[in-house]
Design a protein. Structure first.
Length: 433
């Protein structure tokens, strides 16, 4: 076997493909196989393509591009797999191998470099983006843009996404997030809060509510100044080297404070933080530090439950359903804590939807770059949502939240149903505004 093929096998994580026995247990849980019905759009089909490339039976790697691009990366297949195939590691390594070889157009390359190197990793850039969104909404530009019809002409269906973007907070409110907030009453834990990039830009209110809720249940909370993007968007887009760099920056930043937990409120970010230990496993200088960091990484629902839950004296009766984050379920293995918190709310009729753990089709920017495929998956999800007759859809991830809002629009359920982040719902129930 030539050195070139051996090097390709290493790039593709080929060795991990040998765990797949092609049994098909992954097929019923795969959203893209469910909607597209093609073997190449199933987990075992994609693994087989990578395997053939690693063995030299496929020499044109571009043949892998569409099947891998159309994968949501929800990793439900890992939960279903009886042999423990590390599908996520295979997927991200293969995407990175394709990215290294792909010849992007100059304009595409410029945009990718701008987003992945300058925008997402920069807290200043994301803050500026958030403030710009507030100005766009409050100045009248949004109304003018919608009235003019320009939104319908935006590429990649961005007009539809713009319609469900949440109301941005003002620059003054954005600055209300302190560097430290003291626990109310008896201190139970000391935590550092991970703000995230998208959460920081578009969901700053949820971040503030998260910090205040953590303090309310007994946590001293630090917001680390030098933290950066988790790197999930980079890893999913094949920019694995940049994801590694961001992981190291975050680990170093959070090591500066001695805390019990590093807390996040976004399932996708949490999964990436959880996987720093795998991402840096072969780096002798960082592997132990990464393991220590990942061991401290917790979803906010876990910490709230550890603190005894949230005390809510009374609440109006409502029917509520829950759309779990795929990465919380399949990577972090956090499934019961959000449900426990929902069940603690008085007068709530909690209705589990059918196939709750099936992906909603958001998957980072999947609903932008693969809009039609995403909408087919969302339509299936909304059929199950409608059967619950719920007033509220609760989520634990920003992408899921926007996707559920989009589903409500598509099904004309405005006024009947609304989507909220779990933290919004809990905070408002205890009187934190």
């Amino acid at each position: 076997m030539g050195n070139q093929l051996l090097e390709l096998q290493k790039e593709l994580n080929y060795g991990k493909t040998n765990s797949c026995v092609q049994c098909g247990y992954c097929l019923p849980v795969c959203p893209t196989y469910s909607t597209m019905g093609k073997e190449t759009h199933s987990p075992r089909g994609r693994i087989n393509l990578v395997k053939m490339a690693g063995e030299g039976r496929i020499t044109d790697l571009s043949l892998l591009e569409e099947p891998l691009d159309l994968c949501l990366g929800c990793r439900a297949c890992e939960t279903a797999c009886p042999t423990g195939v590390e599908y996520g590691a295979i997927l991200e390594a293969s995407r990175a191998a394709l990215t290294r070889r792909k010849k992007y157009r100059s304009s595409t390359k410029v945009v990718r470099n701008l987003l992945f190197e300058k925008v997402f990793p920069s807290r200043l850039a994301m803050k500026t983006l958030g403030n710009g969104l507030w100005l766009y909404q409050k100045s009248g530009m949004q109304k003018l843009a919608r009235k003019s019809g320009v939104m319908k002409k935006l590429p990649l269906n961005l007009g539809k996404i713009e319609a469900i973007v949440p109301e941005a907070v003002s620059p003054s409110e954005r600055n209300r997030l302190p560097s430290f907030i003291k626990a109310k009453g008896e201190k139970k834990y000391t935590v550092a809060f991970f703000t995230g990039c998208i959460m920081d830009a578009m969901f700053a209110r949820i971040n503030r509510l998260s910090v205040e809720l953590l303090a309310a249940v007994g946590c001293d909370v630090y917001i680390i100044e030098n933290q950066t993007c988790c790197g999930a968007l980079h890893a999913h887009a094949g920019e694995l080297d940049q994801a590694v760099s961001l992981a190291k920056k975050n680990i170093a930043a959070f090591e500066e404070n001695d805390v019990d937990f590093v807390v996040n409120n976004a399932g996708g970010c949490g999964a990436m933080l959880h996987e720093y230990s795998h991402l840096l496993a072969e780096d002798c200088q960082w592997s132990e530090r990464a393991q220590a960091f990942s061991a401290k990484s917790k979803d906010i629902s876990e910490v709230l439950v550890l603190c005894g839950g949230v005390t809510i004296p009374d609440h109006d009766r409502e029917r509520v359903t829950y759309q779990p984050s795929c990465h919380m379920t399949n990577v972090q293995k956090v499934t019961e804590e959000p449900r426990e918190l929902i069940k603690l709310i008085p007068n709530i009729d909690f209705i589990e939807m059918n196939q709750a753990d099936m992906c909603c089709g958001s998957a980072g920017i999947y609903n932008i770059v693969n809009h039609e495929e995403s909408m087919e998956i969302l339509d299936q999800k909304m059929e199950n949502v409608k059967k619950t007759n719920s007033h509220i859809i609760l989520t634990t991830n920003p992408g899921c939240l926007l996707q559920m809002k989009l589903g409500i629009e598509r099904e004309n359920l405005q006024g009947q149903t609304k989507a909220l982040h779990l933290i919004e719902y809990l905070a408002e129930a205890v009187g934190i505004q």
